[in-house]
Design a protein around this ligand. Structure first.
Ligand code: SAM
Length: 251
């Protein structure tokens, strides 16, 4: 059984070793690093294009994205895990993005912010860990703290044809965490039902099976070349990406 309960998910990410190794374990290899780089570039572009000044990142973990975000805005990053927040604090301290962020501990199901407090909210590898009822509860909170017309950015695993709609992907010392897998049509319908227009549903890592072949540990040599190939393959259109990056606008 995958871990899917709210409290179990909260405690799974409190493991100090998981928090300490999170970025290097998952995003240092060629495919993960390109995936990360494209998420950062896309979120930064959207924040700039929408001139978002008040930005909230939910469940930032060890500030994987937070520390690389470009642009000039006032950011609040909120996570439940003190262990993750402590690593985030260290990483932000050493980054150019650091001064624009305030770190807060809190529960995404009960956001400690007033209505319409933000122009943009983004969260990655978080909402998708819940089944639809819980996802809806988190997204209702996101919607509440966004101003009308504000933007919400998130990610979903892609559901390939014949997929059962469920997968357990995120491995933690406590066990595998549930991950929802959706088609673009399902994502658009879910956003619509929750009061958002899905403005963009964008593939990230377009050929995961092929690109995965180049995904070896960075220390094994030719890492730069393998990374270059993974990046080049992003230029080739494909219908079965690893994940979808989704931009919604609050109605
Ligand atoms: C898989 S990590 C994602 C980290 C980062 N967003 C990323 O994309 O790499 C999930 C994060 O969600 C946080 N989390 C889990 N349940 C939470 C809750 N109810 N409220 C706030 N944060 C929570 C965990 O502490 C962990 O840092």
């Amino acid at each position: 059984m995958p871990i899917e309960d709210k409290k179990d998910i909260q405690s799974a990410y409190r493991d100090p070793e998981l928090a300490a190794g999170y970025v290097t374990e998952r995003f240092a290899r060629p495919m993960g690093s390109v995936q990360h780089e494209q998420q950062v570039a896309w979120v930064s572009r959207v924040l700039e294009r929408t001139r978002s000044q008040r930005v909230l990142e939910l469940a930032p973990g060890p500030a994987r994205l937070t520390a690389h975000m470009r642009g000039s805005f006032d950011g609040v990053a909120m996570d439940y895990s003190p262990e993750m927040l402590s690593i985030a604090r260290g990483r932000l301290g050493g980054s150019a993005a650091g001064p624009r962020w305030r770190l807060v501990r809190g529960d995404c199901f009960h956001l400690p912010f007033p209505d319409a407090a933000f122009d943009a909210v983004y969260t990655f590898r978080f909402v998708r860990h819940f089944h639809v009822e819980k996802r809806s509860a988190v997204v209702a909170e996101i919607r509440r703290v966004l101003r009308s017309g504000g933007v919400y950015l998130s990610d979903f695993e892609h559901a390939p044809p014949g997929d059962t709609g469920e997968e357990t992907r995120d491995r933690t010392p406590a066990g595998w965490i549930y991950d929802a897998r959706l088609t673009p049509q399902e994502i658009a319908a879910e956003f619509d039902a929750l009061g958002f227009d899905a403005l963009e549903i964008r593939p990230n890592i377009r050929h995961p099976r092929l690109q995965g072949q180049f995904d070896r540990k960075p220390g094994w040599g030719l890492g730069g070349l393998r990374r270059g190939i993974v990046r080049l393959m992003e230029r080739i259109p494909g219908k079965e990406p690893l994940e979808w990056l989704v931009l919604g606008r609050k109605r």
